[in-house]
Ligand binder design. Structure first.
Ligand SMILES: [Zn+2]
Length: 173
């Protein structure tokens, strides 16, 4: 049932008390901050969350899955990257309450007893983004790669002396 409609807001206490499940997809282009770090906003985030009350706490476990496009730092072309995040969330009332949560759970603060689903999902996705991304070995765009590396080398040759040749000169003196 991946096409069921996801709520914009949800009350974790209600979901946990009834042991409900949230399943559905959110288009990537709903996440403006996330998309500013991506090479494309095309795709859907598959959300799966199961709620329960555990030891008096409101808990959700599940996953987020989406393939995003990130600029490859070798050829500067979009490279696919699979984000697959396992979630274990504890819903809390405030920062102080969050401190009482076991380490196994990421705290998410409820505002007026509710959580904005998209905000929560976007935060988790941004935290899981890699700092830099590359294509797999030999997956780079050959034309773009040739251009990127040849301009790099030219700039290096013309502007910067090779640090190793400077060391060699120092040693020779
Ligand atoms: Zn590449």
């Amino acid at each position: 049932m991946l096409n069921s409609t996801l709520p914009i807001y949800f009350d974790p206490r209600k979901y946990a008390s009834h042991e409900m499940t949230l399943e559905g997809q959110i288009p990537l282009n709903k996440f403006k901050a996330l998309c500013s770090a991506l090479a494309s906003d095309i795709g859907d985030v598959v959300v799966h969350l199961s709620f329960k009350v555990d030891d008096g706490r409101y808990i959700a476990t599940g996953s987020l899955k989406v393939q995003v496009q990130i600029l490859c730092q070798r050829c500067m072309q979009p490279a696919p990257y699979d984000l697959a995040i396992d979630l274990a969330i504890g819903f809390v009332y405030d920062e102080e309450h969050a401190k009482s949560l076991p380490d196994d759970y990421d705290p998410v603060i409820m505002t007026d007893g509710e959580v904005v689903l998209a905000h929560m999902v976007e935060e988790e996705l941004i935290l899981a983004l890699p700092v830099v991304a590359y294509h797999d070995e030999s997956g780079c765009n050959p034309v773009a790669l040739k251009y990127a590396s040849s301009t790099d080398e030219a700039a290096d040759d013309e502007q910067k002396p090779n640090p190793f040749s400077i060391l060699a000169q120092l040693k020779a003196k």
